[in-house]
Design a binder for this molecule. Sequence first.
Ligand code: UD1
Length: 417
Amino acid sequence: MAKYLIEGGHRIDGELRVHGAKNAVLPILAASLMCSETAIHNCPELSDVTAAQNILEHLGCRVAREGETLTVDARNVNYCDIPDALVTEMRSSILFLGAILARCGRARVSFPGGCELGPRPIDLHISGLQKLGAVIEEDHGYLDCYVDGRLKGSEITLPFPSVGATENIILAAATAEGTTVIHNAAREPEIYDLADFLNTCGALIHFGLGDSVIIEGVRRLNGGEHSVIPDRIAAATYLCAGAITGGMITLTHTRPAHLTSVFPVLEEMGCRVSCADDEIRLSAPDRLLGIRSVKTMPYPGFPTDAQAPIMAAATVARGSSMFVETIFEARYKHAGELMRMGARIKTEGRVAVVEGIRRLHSAVVRSTDLRGGAALVIAALAADGVTEVQNIRHIDRGYARFDENLRSLGAKITREN
Ligand code: UD1
């Protein structure tokens, strides 16, 4: 099992280019199934992207990578199912449901189980697709979906602005007959990126005032080229690495506007943050300060995916910090691992209180999930001694060349496979 060995106490300084966004590229790859030939630039090399590539190839697409560009030829799609093994490889495979249904008129996808963040219901995905005319049945752990003719545009109000459900409905509605309006839709930057990609390929998607998305169905999508937006969560993670080590870091190829809820938190911790065009600079104090309260919210609120890396930084801050997790039920698993390194954290339900200590110590810890795993690496950068972070396959899902990037910034980190 692959692991990282990290010798703490080295400042993270220097410049780093941020890769394309995992959460944007996955729905875009699902969308590519509905197009003819597409080229997706700024496509990060992540295990989740490889998993999506495997699904596309299973369905009959030809996929090729050249550097950061992935080309998908979806002119010959022969299958409309995703077998269990491929679903287990990637939790977000549910995103393919809307795309397969739109493309093939039927879809059979193994029912995704729970995940590291607690139960992961897909009721909003299912009811959204049913509103568009899909018939969905459960059959021995599989979801069997079909549609008589074309999907039909509809008005859908989401009880919660689910990112995945919004994406699945957009995908299915893009080639449906008539217009679909999603009210209370998620408005994450990754949703706009998916719409940009689909519009490049001939879709007609626009964003209404407030929180609605309007999708005018078109008969078919063509090919096109698109460059994926930068990964705002990877950016936030590297900023936390700079912050916890008292470093000075410049991130390039970013979209600072996507991180406006994260900067005030880093500033409250005593960091100086400045932005120019696509660059973010952070300069950290010798010791960080605690944060009054961080509450995770749908965009443009503070992202749940940045909660764990910020918590890692808060463990060595002067004073206490409070976290309120409103998006996922069980998103404090990293807290227990951070405590093995000496962190003082109390969690109760959706609330966590971190009492900052001067230094963490090394330990053998285990990644519990993608962002929780990255948080352990961040904590290890500032801990005494050599920390072993196990089970880093979670980290590979969302950070391209994590160890290489951190080494280029001065970290002492090695990977053992
Ligand atoms: C996406 C992101 C993930 C991020 C999350 C919230 C991708 C690939 N993943 O996940 O990194 O943490 O948004 O910003 O883009 N829910 C239901 N029923 C549903 C769907 C969701 O109850 O049908 C609940 C979930 O259990 C969760 C909450 O809604 O508590 C948010 O989920 P959602 O916005 O759907 O997140 P994902 O799309 O899974």
